[in-house]
Design a protein around this ligand. Structure first.
Ligand SMILES: C[S@@+](CC[C@H](N)C(=O)[O-])C[C@H]1O[C@@H](n2cnc3c(N)ncnc32)[C@H](O)[C@@H]1O
Length: 242
């Protein structure tokens, strides 16, 4: 499995994730709603990052396991006030194998599904998620629609951002390669004399391709939704272990 990007794995960058992604995270509301909709009690958040959704789900009464291969992001999650409500696991979804979780719901938010560039990483993740669900358990995740070409608006000229401690960071982002289905971009964050860099490559899968892969890994696809906060840009797959 590919190592997580520096943006998540470098402690100096992981600690900035919540500042750069906003406090309200309205994108996560849809997943809280799905947990309620399917009556989930045991939930696994795969690629939980800094734990925003995992902690919200636990606060709503779910038993939650947050899984992420970036230890630095998990450290941010573990330091949060209600982090003790969640069980944290360092690793990718294959770390779930053999744990007999029998979860009601697994989620992957923040377009985690796009980090799986290699077919074998995507396949290993789908197999591991399936094994971690009870029969009939749900798997909900989002992925950006390739035809929208969202990356065309991803470049960010040097922009100052005020950090919680009052310092100013200057952030930039540049898309460096578009080779469909892969898009690569580089981000930099300058704080004083320190320049923090991260390079990411994301895979944009067509809706039919995702459906085919899900079916091949033992999921049915009862529903494919729009992301309420990003209408027309993403598909939210609501799938179920056969
Ligand atoms: C954009 S962040 C999303 C974090 C969180 N889900 C959210 O919504 O804020 C992508 C996350 O995917 C994680 N990740 C990278 N490779 C992964 C893998 N192979 N399996 C699971 N998660 C992975 C990263 O460490 C990072 O925390």
């Amino acid at each position: 499995m590919r190592e997580p990007d520096a943006a998540f794995a470098d402690p100096r960058q992981a600690v900035l994730y919540d500042t750069f992604n906003g406090d309200d995270r309205s994108d996560l509301d849809a997943y809280l709603a799905i947990a309620g909709e399917v009556g989930a009690r045991r939930v696994i958040d795969i690629g939980c990052g800094t734990g925003v959704l995992a902690i919200r789900l636990a606060g709503a009464g779910c038993s939650v396991l947050g899984v992420d291969p970036a230890e630095a992001s998990l450290a941010v999650a573990r330091a949060k006030p209600r982090a003790g409500l969640v069980t944290w696991l360092h690793g990718d979804a294959t770390a779930l194998l053999g744990r007999n979780e029998a979860a009601d719901l697994a989620v992957m938010t923040g377009n985690v599904a796009q980090v799986f560039v290699a077919d074998e990483d995507w396949a290993a993740t789908l197999s591991a998620v399936r094994a971690a669900l009870r029969p009939g358990g749900w798997f909900a995740f989002e992925t950006r629609r390739p035809e929208v070409r969202d990356w065309e608006s991803w470049d960010v000229a040097p922009t100052p951002v005020t950090l919680p401690d009052g310092r100013t960071a200057v952030v930039t982002r540049t898309v460096t390669d578009v080779s469909p289905p892969l898009v690569t971009f580089e981000g930099s964050t300058t704080i004083g004399d320190e320049v923090l860099r991260s390079t990411s490559t994301l895979r944009f899968r067509e809706r039919q391709e995702v459906e085919r892969d899900l079916l091949a890994h033992g999921f049915t696809v009862p529903d494919i939704r729009d992301a309420p906060d990003r209408p027309g840009k993403e598909h939210v797959f609501l799938t179920q272990r056969q």
